[in-house]
Design a protein around this ligand. Structure first.
Ligand SMILES: *Cc1c(COP(=O)(O)O)cnc(C)c1O
Length: 259
């Protein structure tokens, strides 16, 4: 099911599949749109420590009998730090405690797995995740979001997914571009390979310069400055460089035109 954005997809899907009397179990570092979708659902919410399977097991064990449905939600690739979720561990626990699983793969699709099929493919967990979410605005380079799952889910969301029902869907030009992007991803690994080699290059050079780029396992590259005011200063200086480069280029462009 395709939504107008990844944000809309989380907001619309979570509220459609759980409600009062259900529990959402969320990794503490999940994306803001998951948090908003959870609020809209009116289900109870609890978090487990980031990627900590002991913490998840503890939460599931203590809550299993108190709720009808439990939905475990995680980012596939965490959007701030670039680390990958422990999907095998999460699925094992979810199956043990009969909970549903929901993976937001906004940063995994088009990046990880065979031809960019995402985190679920990377761990070979096909058919064991109830809701696989991705965005069409990051690696795909257009706009929109999607959730992949069972036929029942699809049928349900066509009646209960509020952004699908009450908001205009993607324009044909966007859909055309999305289909083309998927075709390209299927035909060649040139772009995903290039992405990984660019990321490796970038991380290596930043490391050599002494920057702390955390423990990312993906092309997401955090640069951890640490101190808040220093971070703002760093950001401001980078912007200055962007502006002076832009000025330089436009001056060169003018000179070239005059010639
Ligand atoms: C970017 C992002 C979204 C939102 O996707 P959009 O298509 O930009 O709305 C949702 N979830 C995660 C984890 C993201 O990183």
């Amino acid at each position: 099911m395709v939504y107008q954005s990844g944000f809309n997809c989380n907001a619309g899907t979570i509220q459609a599949v759980v409600g009062k009397g259900d529990l959402i179990v969320s990794d503490e570092l999940n994306h803001a749109s998951i948090i908003d979708g959870s609020r809209l659902s009116r289900a109870d919410k609890t978090i487990y420590k980031h990627s900590d399977m002991d913490s998840l097991e503890e939460v599931l064990r203590t809550n299993r009998d108190k709720y009808k449905n439990i939905l475990v939600i995680t980012d596939g690739v965490f959007s701030m730090d670039g680390d990958v979720a422990n999907l095998p561990g999460i699925v094992e626990l979810a199956e043990k405690f009969e909970a549903m699983t929901y993976v937001d793969d906004a940063h995994g699709s088009g990046v990880l797995g065979e031809n960019g099929r995402g985190t679920v493919d990377h761990f070979n967990m096909h058919g064991r995740i109830d809701f696989s979410i991705g965005t069409l605005s990051k690696a795909i380079g257009v706009i929109g979001g999607y959730v992949a799952g069972s036929d029942t889910m699809k049928e349900w969301l066509s009646h209960r997914g509020r952004p699908i029902l009450f908001s205009t869907s993607l324009p044909p030009a966007a859909v055309g571009a999305i289909i083309e992007a998927f075709k390209i991803l299927n035909e060649t690994t040139e772009y995903t390979d290039k992405l990984w080699s660019n990321a490796k290059f970038f991380k290596e050079k930043l490391g050599k310069l002494g920057f702390n780029t955390g423990h990312s396992q993906t092309p997401i590259t955090p640069v951890i400055i640490g101190d808040e005011s220093k971070t703002m200063e760093f950001s401001r200086k980078l912007m200055e460089r962007v502006f002076s480069l832009r000025e330089l280029y436009s001056r060169q462009f003018q000179c070239a035109q005059e010639e």
